[in-house]
Each structure stands twice: as structure tokens, then as C-alpha cells.
Design a protein around this ligand. Structure first.
Ligand SMILES: C[S@@+](CC[C@H](N)C(=O)[O-])C[C@H]1O[C@@H](n2cnc3c(N)ncnc32)[C@H](O)[C@@H]1O
Length: 400
């Protein structure tokens, strides 16, 4: 199907939409890590307020850094996140089941003492060279000790500390453990080597525990959400959820032609003891439209199964024109809408917007101008999903 004009709106015509929120709007816990491909908290907030009520279950089956489930917990809903990438799972889990500051101080006290007592000898020869280029020797030794201490622990506090570690592992600030580099993605070791040499950068000697405290103080500056959620590490084609158990899905699936999600997080994955190449093989990443649509059929089928009747499924898509036979192009949004309808969803509405260059989701160091320049959001409904207009702050008033 081709979506008719009557269904299409621009968020600029929605009074007080997420586009009107100040830059960097949101609870500081959203800033635990920066990760390429994430949507803004204000966007998740707006759809949660419009399409659900307090106490409802909100699911993001491709939760990335956990923006939608965290926003759900902050607004009194039960946020459930799922992501197949281990780094994304850890951060989502950390956000929906966070530790308090006092728990973190206690964890540090116990971990410091235990690491000291065990007097483990760290042999840096066993560390891959590509990891070594980022760190001062002493910092790296401490990272390895904390890593070893954390790896076989999966309770809420340990997972929160892992999330904090992913947030300080690389970046430009005084609490980041690496030489100055991007926080959003793990840069290539060769690039870092040259960059350090050219700019005569010094690898900083940091105390990992002090940096953890600095990061924790920032992300917990406004406390923790009133509600706890859940996080899963499954393929989104098979969610560990009952039929008809979810009140709202808000998600952005893997983008067509974006093949670097695991590589972009290779250092974080190393810290969690995963090889990015193994993770890469599992993720749904492809440049082929037909393979992509087959994935979407399985994903949307699963979302339809877990969603309750008369509820919405909000899918944030990049605006991609996919090449088909005879050099022709096809709108990805039309193709995905058609897949959704074949499963039983109705298309309720389509939001079609441009994204300012500084807000592009996928901008990277070498592809700064290649981020998504349009955002398309398909609002599917199973049955007929009402829009709740009860939030005095953001109301759905479409003009023009
Ligand atoms: C566009 S990102 C989602 C970003 C997220 N909305 C945020 O704000 O951070 C897509 C996510 O899908 C995940 N992914 C890819 N294939 C998957 C699969 N088969 N099952 C579950 N997650 C998958 C990737 O790891 C990635 O985090």
C-alpha cells in the first residue's frame, strides 16, 4: 500500500510535540551511555503519554540504550526492554533496575577490599593491543581487575556497575578512563594510535572507582524512577512474554543498510567478554530489502502476538529509499506498512519529519553527514488504539 496523505502528519504541526523539548531534555539516567542510533527521550515520552496510562506495560523489543523502557518507568509505567546486543541489554537492565547511590558506595567498598585481598597478578601481555592503545597501563590493570570481579555477577547492582563501566570506558571527560575519544562509539584502534601520536595526547592515569562514583553522581542526580521494569537479551522474534500482555510498543528496529552496530560498540563488548564479530552474526543487519522485510515480518508478527487488542505499536524508521529491480526505488515506510498490514495491524498515522543535522541519530566521525535526515514514524494499531489527550504539558493539537 502507499500511505494516503490524510494519514501523514509532521511533528512540527503537533503543538508541543517532542521537537519542542529543549536539547538534552530528560532524566540524567538517560545519559549513562551515548550510543549511535538512539532516539531522544522526549520522543519516547510523548508517545508513552499519548498512548498509555500509568501502570501500563510498555515494551521496546530493540531497546538499544534503554531510552523507551526508562522513560516508561519514569512516567509510572512498567518499562520492558529487550535487545540482542549484550552491551544494549546491560544498559537497558541498568536503567530499569537501577542501584541507589548508597548501594554503589557499598559495592565499591566491598569490591576494593576483595580485589586487594585476592592480590591477582594482571599480565598486560594477555590484553589485545587494540585495547591497550586506549589506556594508561595502571588504569588498564584496574579495569581488568574490576572486569574480572564483575563478569560472573548478574544481580541488579553488579549490572548497574557494568552499565556505569560501559559509560566511562571511553569518552572525552575527566571521568572517562580512556585517552580523549568519542563516547558514542568505540573508535578504531588504528585511528586512535595515529590520533594520539599526531596530537601528542597522554593516556590519563585514572582511578576506576573514583570515575565510577563521578558517573554515578551524575546519572543519579535526580534519583531513580518510581517503578522498576524488566530487561531481556532475546531475539526480538521470540520474546519471553505472554500473548496480549503489552499495552504499548515503542521501538526503532535495526535500520536497512546499517551494518556496524556491533563494531560501533566493540570495546564495550570486549569489556563484557564478547567478541563483536560473534555479536554481529546474531543481529538483524542487512542491505537487502527482501531479507529486511522478511525480518520485519517475523518481528511485527511477534509484536502483534504480545500486544493487547486496541493498543498501538509505534515504529520509528529512518527514511530510506530501497533499491529494487530495474534501478527503481521503493519507500521503506510503504514496504514496512504493507508487512504490518499483512499481519493484521492497521496504519493509524504516519509522522514524517526532517531531522536537524545536529540531531541526526546515526552521525559518525567519518560519516558525519550521513545520519538520517528524515524521521518516519509508523503508528500501527491492533484493532483501534485511542489517543489519550490528558497531559496538560503535551497535547495532540494538529494544526495546518
Ligand atoms: C536502532 S537501534 C535501537 C535504538 C533504541 N531505540 C535507543 O534509543 O537506543 C536497533 C537495535 O536493535 C538491536 N537488534 C538487532 N537485531 C536484533 C534482534 N534480532 N533482536 C533484538 N535486538 C536486535 C541492535 O542491537 C540495536 O540496539
Amino acid at each position: 500500500m502507499t500511505i494516503t496523505n490524510s494519514l501523514i502528519i509532521s511533528s512540527y504541526n503537533i503543538k508541543d510535540s517532542w521537537k519542542t523539548a529543549p536539547t538534552r531534555w530528560g532524566h540524567p539516567l538517560h545519559k549513562m551511555v551515548s550510543r549511535i542510533g538512539s532516539f531522544p527521550p522526549a520522543l519516547a515520552h510523548w508517545f508513552i503519554i499519548k498512548f498509555s496510562r500509568p501502570g501500563d506495560v510498555i515494551l521496546d523489543p530493540f531497546s538499544g540504550k534503554g531510552t523507551a523502557p526508562l522513560e516508561a518507568c519514569l512516567t509510572g509505567r512498567i518499562g520492558i526492554g529487550n535487545d540482542l546486543a549484550p552491551d544494549a541489554f546491560v544498559v537497558t537492565h541498568a536503567k530499569v533496575r537501577p542501584a541507589t547511590l548508597s548501594e554503589i558506595y557499598e559495592w565499591i567498598r566491598v569490591a576494593r577490599a576483595s580485589i586487594k585481598r585476592s592480590a591477582i597478578h594482571i599480565d598486560l601481555d594477555e590484553v589485545p593491543d587494540e585495547v591497550k592503545v586506549f589506556y594508561h597501563k595502571e588504569t588498564l590493570k584496574q579495569i581488568l581487575l574490576v572486569r574480572r570481579y564483575l563478569l560472573d555477577k548478574f544481580d541488579n547492582i553488579s549490572t548497574f556497575i557494568k552499565g556505569l563501566m560501559l559509560g566511562i570506558l571511553h569518552g572525552p571527560c575527566e571521568y572517562h578512563l580512556s585517552v580523549k575519544c568519542s563516547h558514542s562509539f568505540s573508535m578504531s584502534p588504528n585511528y586512535i594510535k595515529k590520533y594520539v601520536r599526531k596530537n601528542k595526547l597522554k593516556k590519563p592515569k585514572r582511578d576506576v572507582f573514583e570515575c565510577l562514583v563521578k558517573k554515578a553522581l551524575r546519572v543519579l542526580a535526580e534519583g531513580i524512577p518510581p517503578v522498576r521494569g524488566l530487561a531481556f537479551n532475546n531475539d526480538a522474534k521470540k520474546l519471553p512474554l505472554d500473548d496480549d500482555s503489552v499495552d504499548l510498543i515503542i521501538t526503532s528496529p535495526p535500520y536497512l543498510n546499517v551494518l556496524t552496530t556491533a563494531w560501533d560498540n566493540w570495546l564495550r563488548l570486549w569489556f563484557l567478554n564478547h567478541d563483536y564479530k560473534d555479536v554481529e552474526k546474531k543481529l538483524a543487519q542487512t542491505s537487502s530489502l527482501s531479507i529486511y522485510l522478511n525480518h520485519m515480518k517475523d518481528f511485527l508478527g511477534e509484536f502483534y502476538r504480545v500486544l493487547k487488542q486496541n493498543k498501538a505499536c509505534v515504529v520509528v524508521l529512518g527514511d530510506m529509499k530501497a533499491r529494487v529491480k530495474n534501478g527503481k526505488e521503493r519507500s521503506l515506510v510503504d514496504a514496512v506498512s504493507e508487512v504490518g498490514e499483512s499481519i493484521g495491524f492497521n496504519v493509524k498515522m504516519l509522522v514524517d519529519d526532517d531531522i536537524k543535522s545536529q540531531n541526526k541519530y546515526l552521525a559518525q566521525h567519518k560519516h558525519r553527514n550521513h545520519g538520517l535526515s528524515r524521521e518516519k514514524i509508523i503508528i500501527f494499531e491492533k484493532g483501534s488504539a485511542p489517543i489519550f489527550d490528558h497531559d496538560p504539558l503535551w497535547s495532540l493539537q494538529i494544526s495546518g
